[in-house]
Design a protein. Sequence first.
Length: 216
Amino acid sequence: MARGRLITIEGGEGAGKSTQARRLAEALGRAGFTVIATREPGGSPGAESIRRLLLEGEGQRWDAESEALLLVAARRDHVQKRIEPALAAGNWVVCDRFADSTLAYQGYGRGLSLAALARLHRFAIGKLRPDLTLILEVPVETGLARVRGRSAFDRFERLDRAFHERLALGFRAIAAAEPARCALIDASGPVDAVHRTILGVVAARLGVRLDPAQTG
């Protein structure tokens, strides 16, 4: 049985990651793939428990090192319990955030060593890497305005604008460092247009037949 593919959706706050991850999973399902849609932090029972610790409370509840350790512990559980079994069974996995978010948030945003975070990930999840990472980009002010329209904010959404500016630069640096894996997507336009762009990129990068004009 051929191993499945792992597609991750990344980006700053308000970029529309959850919506686009869901629609991509639906489009892949219509194309005949068995798809597991999941998220981070979370995605498995243990990781969802850690998610609540990470997202609730004040912005400075945890320091950067504690955040990184909690995130990677959640990721290890998620990979072991859900992602790896799905890939081994030939299923495709679409994940709303993955390891690049830790590099961007705790590395570029919080100032932790990128090399140390990379070592931590190798220890926790070995050589697992996404087959394709879609990094959704919106101007920082646009993303924060979208967040303000929600009924509740998590810890990271409440951090100051300077943090979110560093975050945006971090995601760009990640994309520049691994262009074969990462694709930057302009997510500032209408949801349907962004969805069509994503389908086109996935079809081209992974060699699958998807209709870019099809919306879910």
